[in-house]
Design a protein around this ligand. Structure first.
Ligand code: SF4
Ligand code: SF4
Length: 332
């Protein structure tokens, strides 16, 4: 098939880099517990939703528990989904990681606090000193409800009020961070994700003034063209132009801090990836000999450091454009 010149114009990510993207020792285990979620947001790269049923099995959960117990080098266990709280194994993984002295991050959509059966989550989080990272794609109601569904903004505010009442945002042991996702581009007038520092201040001022709520850090995350975002961009003929825009803003100084270098991302089947985005695009992490990894193989090999190079695709430019982007916000 003849490729159009525009398609040829996006440089393969690995070629753009001045050095190969090698792994550093693994310190973070990010576990995607499954695709069940009470919401179905337009920007969701996981394509999660209430109708999805895929989740961790007891067997894989046991293997993950063993991994957490066996490897002191794991400093952080980062739980995501879907709504991680709705998927099998959530509380077992939290409690094991805490018992073994790890930092535990839960990527919560907050509205789950108001779903029957999950009302005790704020107290559970505080008791276990879980770090809560929560999506609030804008501080204005309209923008949030357009991206995430009607009523999500008000539920998120009420949830933050609950967390604040328990000490989140003020007690140094109880961290609440918010995540900003820009809207999905609707035309070719692309822009970079705004400055994290400036936007954090805007969020803090607005939320304090209108709702008397507070939080610790704001993480700005670029929309990567995968999943629902990619489908939408393709429909509008914006997929390649968006990739080219990201490439033209590639910032080499972000590369040293890319999250994929020091983490493993595990799916609900126990497969190993370099990051959640590669997981969604089914691009597995491979050993030097080209073998795809699973949690079982890591346990057998008694090592987490079996991967030489990070697997990359053109959407990786979303992580290196401008100030960079990761699950912990901007990189430089
Ligand atoms: S809350 Fe998160 S996991 Fe659930 S649909 Fe929205 S973006 Fe996806
Ligand atoms: S998408 Fe980002 S985090 Fe994932 S491999 Fe590419 S650069 Fe690394």
């Amino acid at each position: 098939m003849v490729q159009t010149p525009t398609k040829l114009a996006v440089t393969p990510f690995a070629k753009k880099l001045t050095q190969p993207l090698t792994k550093t020792p693994i310190i973070t285990l990010q576990i995607n517990l499954g695709k069940k979620c009470n919401l179905a947001c337009t920007h969701c790269h996981v394509e999660a939703g209430p109708k999805r049923t895929e989740e961790l099995t007891p067997e894989i959960c046991d293997q993950l528990i063993q991994l957490i117990q066996d490897f002191p080098q794991i400093q952080t266990v980062d739980l995501t989904g879907g709504a991680p709280e709705m998927n099998y194994g959530f509380r077992q993984l939290v409690e094991t990681a805490i018992a073994y002295g790890k930092e535990v991050i839960v990527r919560s959509n907050l509205t789950i606090f108001f779903v029957e059966g999950y009302e005790d989550l704020p107290e559970y989080f505080a008791k276990n000193k879980v770090r809560v990272v929560a999506s609030l794609p804008c501080y204005l109601e309209d923008n949030v409800d357009k991206q995430r569904g009607t009523g999500v903004y008000q539920d998120s505010i009420a949830a933050i009020q609950k967390l604040n009442a328990l000490g989140y945002g003020t007690d140094p042991n109880l961290n609440l961070d918010l995540v900003y996702n820009p809207p999905v581009p609707r035309d070719a007038d692309f822009s970079l994700t705004p400055s994290q520092v400036g936007l954090e201040q805007d969020y803090k001022t607005y939320l304090k003034e209108h709702f008397q709520i507070g939080f610790n850090n704001l993480f700005t995350i670029t929309n990567l063209p995968i999943g629902r975002v990619k489908n939408y961009l393709e429909l509008k003929d914006l997929h390649i132009p968006y990739l080219k825009f990201l490439e033209s803003n590639h910032n080499e100084s972000t590369v040293a801090n890319l999250m994929c270098r020091s983490q493993l991302s595990i799916d609900y089947l126990g497969n190993v990836f370099d990051c959640d985005f590669n997981q969604m695009e089914n691009l597995p992490a491979r050993t030097k000999s080209g073998e795809a990894l699973t949690v079982e193989k890591l346990i057998e090999a008694k090592s987490l450091d079996l991967i030489d190079l990070v697997a990359t695709k053109p959407y990786c430019y979303g992580c290196t454009a401008g100030s960079g982007s990761s699950c912990g916000g901007s990189l430089v």
